[in-house]
Design a protein around this ligand. Structure first.
Ligand SMILES: C[S@@+](CC[C@H](N)C(=O)[O-])C[C@H]1O[C@@H](n2cnc3c(N)ncnc32)[C@H](O)[C@@H]1O
Length: 259
């Protein structure tokens, strides 16, 4: 299955009215998104399976991180950091990272995995960083869960002049018949269309930003049990009632078994 983390670049106005560059990474999958920014039940489900999330979710390709991180950056806030998928990549580049994550169970896994990061239990809308204290606010996946107005205000507050807000996400990009079959089994499928050309998707809530984007296609191989375990960490599957969930996951894994 091909996945495309899709960066974007642009400008955000800073508090003093100057403009600074913003790097904003969205998804290339064009669909009617059933997720709203204030769907807190979904946004907070991940802590129920923090270890599995950490075991089965992918990281991001190095070229995407090259693009996402400001060239002279030293300090980064990773917001909605989860178990540290993005945090670990940033630390691996010698950057200082403040990992901001509201869920205690997710943050506990992050702290155990990456003791070199400073862990702060807080949400994107209000976190305890000083004004102009980081070179970028980066978000690996969950921008769509945030209150965008508050999160953008908070990013503008903490990012130094010349820094930026960067969003990145991995999105499955189904092309083949079996990939499309798998995608259609997703509980979120209703009403989606999949754009084979990977038409650009601009993340919502970026008022005042000039957005730039880029894509970094990558592929991975998963076994059917691995795919099943991965999908079980997706909020859409996680919130299907227990009996139905097992059935839905079995159906999805069966697509791969038949291939
Ligand atoms: C899909 S995970 C992404 C984790 C990690 N960034 C990654 O790349 O794997 C989404 C994370 O966003 C967190 N989250 C949900 N609502 C949030 C909010 N309002 N502010 C900050 N984080 C939030 C969840 O607790 C969860 O850990």
């Amino acid at each position: 299955m091909q996945r495309r983390p899709t960066p974007s670049r642009g400008r955000i106005g800073s508090r003093d009215g100057e403009t600074g560059r913003a790097t904003l990474c969205g998804h290339s999958l064009v669909h009617t998104d059933p997720v709203t920014s204030l769907d807190t039940r979904r946004a907070r489900v991940f802590g129920n399976f923090a270890q599995d999330y950490d075991r089965w979710r992918p990281v991001y390709p190095p070229e995407a991180i090259d693009w996402l991180v400001p060239p002279t950056a030293a300090q980064i806030a990773d917001v909605g950091a989860g178990t540290g998928k993005l945090t670990g990549l940033l630390l691996g580049r010698g950057l200082q990272v403040v990992a901001v994550e509201p869920d205690a169970d997710m943050l506990a896994v992050l702290a155990a995995n990456y003791p070199g990061a400073k862990a702060e239990q807080a949400g994107a809308e209000n976190f305890p960083l000083d004004d102009a204290s980081v070179d970028a606010v980066l978000v690996g996946q969950p921008w769509h869960w945030f209150d965008h107005e508050l999160a953008l205000t908070e990013a503008r507050r903490v990012v130094r002049p010349g820094g930026w807000l960067g969003l990145i996400g991995n999105t499955a990009f189904p092309r083949t018949a079996w990939q499309l079959e798998l995608a259609r089994l997703d509980p979120d499928f209703a009403g989606r269309t999949f754009d084979e050309e990977g038409e650009e998707w601009e993340p919502p809530g970026l008022t005042g930003c000039v957005v730039e984007s880029s894509e970094f296609p990558w592929q991975e191989e998963l076994t059917a049990p691995g795919l099943r375990a991965r999908l079980a960490t997706h909020s859409a599957y996680a919130l299907v009632a227990a009996d139905g969930r097992e059935h839905s996951l079995d159906e999805a894994a069966a697509v791969l078994t038949r291939e």
